[in-house]
Design a protein around this ligand. Structure first.
Ligand code: V47
Ligand code: SF4
Length: 388
């Protein structure tokens, strides 16, 4: 939605924080549609109450999207969990040496997954997995071509910057050449994974050997220049500080100003099940909601903030709809293992359209099916109410 709606600002918020100069400035900026600074963003994490950031985020969200909450009808293909990297937070990967404990899907097996959805109204397949040393660019281009030939209208979103960086380097191609090749094979957009926390001091601790922030941003910006939209994630709630979160979002905000092309921002809550960071406690739901709200306020040039329900759990994801979130990803159909293996309460993530719509409408919002680039496909409910 490009046009902003005429929504009344909750002035009571200003009264509540009258004694705090920074919070008053933030509330006034939100009211006037002015961008907040990094220092103000940090102050929100450190000093603001959940109700305060929630009220501001909800105001901004309603102004942009009315009562609409987007979802899509999608499924995942995870080609392999064998990975040359050993990120400490990952509960999912197996080393090449231990590959018999993981999975490695052949092209025909992956095509069979796509064929399972023949005749069903899915619009997107999301392809993501480990960085397998033997699955190279040619392999994935063949996969993309075959999926595209089988179902040309299915949107192909796939491969994190981490997977792409490895494939392109191995094929001795520049980022642009590699992306052009994949785009020609059928790839239309990139998911947001692999961003984690951009600050190198945190990457050194949790994922030292994979593509760094500059490399991640270069791949996404090159995709944007080629007309391929992408998403951006942030893995939060582990060993990072609030300042690292603001630094991460600030680099994304700058990139979005400079090049544009990010479809949405997706905070990913660190889950500590069965990984090398299991000793790190998970953050509370209040912390989650605060982060979603601050992301909505800080990232003024991101239209969409997504709560990925397989990771948060469906009830927590439903709560985020009051804290700046306008997108719940999709139906998924039990096709991802990343979060169930990390201890999410969603052990077999799958929701029917009816369940997803009920989750959205019971909190007074209006479910809207979207395609992968946020064109509206169907409004489930009262169209007029959706834009109130
Ligand atoms: O980069 C891995 C995260 C990401 C854990 O673009 C974990 O629409 C929490 O990026 N706890 C991959 N998070 C998945 C991803 C994604 C998911 C859904 C939608 C989209 C999209 C993108 O998963 C990794 C990492 O940040 N992750 N392990 C864990 N234990
Ligand atoms: Fe490999 Fe991705 Fe897991 Fe890191 S998060 S070990 S890159 S699968």
């Amino acid at each position: 939605m490009s046009e902003e709606l005429n929504v009344v600002f909750p002035d009571i918020v200003l009264e509540q924080v009258a004694a705090d100069a920074v919070l008053t400035t933030v509330a006034t900026k939100v009211k006037n549609g002015t961008r907040i600074t990094e220092a103000e963003g940090l102050y929100l994490f450190e000093h603001a109450e959940l109700n305060f950031v929630g009220a501001l985020a909800n105001y901004l969200n309603i102004k942009k999207h009315g009562k609409k909450v987007y979802f899509n009808k999608n499924f995942h293909i995870e080609p392999t969990n064998v990975c040359i990297f050993t990120c400490d937070f990952c509960s999912y990967s197996k080393t090449y040496k231990n590959r018999e404990k993981g999975w490695e899907l052949g092209i025909d097996q992956m095509l069979d997954i796509v064929k399972k959805y023949d005749g069903q109204p899915v619009t997107e397949v999301h392809i993501v997995g480990g960085v397998h040393p033997k699955m190279n660019l040619d392999y994935f281009c063949e996969l993309l071509e075959k999926i595209h030939a089988h179902r040309p209208e299915l949107h192909l979103k796939g491969f994190t910057a981490v997977e792409l960086d490895y494939m392109f380097r191995k094929a001795k191609l520049t980022t642009r050449e590699g992306l052009e090749r994949m785009n020609k094979a059928g790839l239309q957009s990139l998911p947001g994974g692999g961003a984690e926390i951009f600050a190198q001091e945190i990457r050194d601790k949790i994922c030292p050997d994979k593509v760094d922030a500059a490399g991640w941003l270069d791949i996404h910006e090159t995709a944007h220049e080629l007309g391929m939209p992408t998403n951006a994630t942030m893995l939060y709630g582990h060993v990072e500080t609030y300042a690292h979160r603001i630094d991460h979002m600030s680099r994304l905000r700058e990139s979005q100003d400079r090049v544009g092309g990010f479809n949405c921002f997706i905070p990913l809550k660190f889950r500590n099940g069965d990984n090398d960071m299991s000793h790190v406690p998970e953050v509370s739901l209040v912390e989650d909601l605060k982060l979603y709200a601050i992301a909505r306020i800080f990232l003024d040039n991101f239209a969409n903030v997504k709560a990925y329900w397989p990771m948060l759990g469906r009830e927590s994801a439903q709560l985020t709809l009051e804290y700046g979130v306008n997108d719940l990803d999709g139906t998924i159909d039990d096709t991802t293992k990343i979060y169930s293996m990390a201890g999410s309460e969603e052990q077999n993530p799958s929701m029917s359209t009816e369940q997803l719509c009920a989750l959205i409408s019971t909190v007074g919002k209006v479910p809207v099916e979207r395609d992968s680039v946020y064109n509206e496909i169907e409004v489930y409910g009262n169209t007029e109410e959706a834009t109130v």
